[in-house]
Ligand binder design. Structure first.
Ligand code: TA6
Length: 289
């Protein structure tokens, strides 16, 4: 690694090459496979991100947990024809651009991915001169910024920070901040309006049309996690519940109870159109309040 790492950040090789952050303000791990934040634990709190104990850690495979990156399309794309699911960013090898730690213990890590490093057939028509940067600022809060720099041509893309949060019991967890938002229920394909907090009694997979902050209110753990966003017009809420958990090989049959995905996204009618040479930023900031 040709970047000199500061005190508080060390290179690791297991479970995959990446970085371990350990400062007075927070601990965490980031994996170069997928440019994925795997864990974050602010000082004085329990871990905030969730990962499956069944997750596969193999180069080129998605990792079940932390903050997978969704880019350049969501799911299998608007036409439901594209693979791999959620795009190639989360299965590509990202490079370390910079790593710093302030005297106060704030760690800032910047990773990058150039589409020139992605096989033509995987790029799906995207040009080879697009640069993605992921900036992770880790201390008492976790800020994750996905920055897309267009090259010589206009590009369109969907994007998401597919964040897995650890909760004590999903049946005693609610999500506030989405009241009155319109949402697409991906299970019945219809549009609805949210009334009050989102609660969980079955598989839940929704795209809320909302740029607003949300709170994950975890009654069992007695904590609230706030997620604020910049440059994200929608929030996806997902819990696989029982049957879908049993159908996923990298997800424990009973793990559905201890997690919820709340995702800052721009997808479908909020697809991003970026002019040649321009830059787009989407970020989320997570805090235990
Ligand atoms: O963001 C919700 C979702 O699209 C769900 O439909 C489910 O497929 C989830 O993503 C996980 O996708 P993955 O490809 O990581 O298994």
């Amino acid at each position: 690694m040709d970047i000199e790492l500061p005190d508080g950040i060390v290179a690791v090789e297991s479970p995959l090459p990446g970085l371990r952050i350990d400062t007075p303000t927070a601990k965490g791990t980031i994996c170069f496979n997928g440019g994925q934040v795997l864990s974050w634990q602010p000082a004085g709190h329990e871990p905030v991100l969730w990962s499956s104990v069944h997750s596969r850690f193999a180069p080129g495979s998605p990792i079940r947990g932390g903050i997978p990156l969704v880019w350049p399309y969501f799911g299998n794309g608007a036409e439901a024809t594209r693979t791999p699911q959620h795009g190639f960013a989360r299965t590509s090898q990202w490079s370390l651009r910079d790593a710093t730690v302030t005297p106060g213990g704030t760690a800032t890590i910047t990773l990058c991915l150039n589409t020139s490093s992605v096989p033509t057939e995987t790029r799906g028509g995207l040009p080879d001169d697009v640069e993605l940067m992921l900036q992770v600022v880790m201390d008492a809060t976790l800020q994750v910024q996905l920055i897309v720099q267009a090259g010589a041509s206009e590009i369109t893309f969907e994007e998401g920070l597919h964040t897995y949060f650890a909760v004590g019991d999903i049946t005693k967890t609610s999500i506030t901040g989405l009241d009155q938002s319109a949402y697409e229920d991906r299970l019945d394909g219809r549009c609805h309006t949210q009334h009050g907090a989102v609660t969980f009694t079955a598989q839940t997979d929704r795209i809320h049309d909302s740029a607003e902050p949300v709170c994950i209110v975890d009654e069992t753990a007695g904590r609230t996690i706030q997620v604020t966003k910049v440059g994200s017009a929608q929030t996806v809420v997902w819990n696989p519940w029982i049957e879908k958990s049993q159908a996923m090989t990298d997800f424990g049959d009973d793990e559905w109870r201890q997690m919820v995905c709340v995702e800052a996204v721009n997808v479908r009618d909020r697809t991003v159109r970026l002019a040649a040479g321009k830059r787009h930023l989407m970020s989320q900031t997570i805090e235990v309040i």
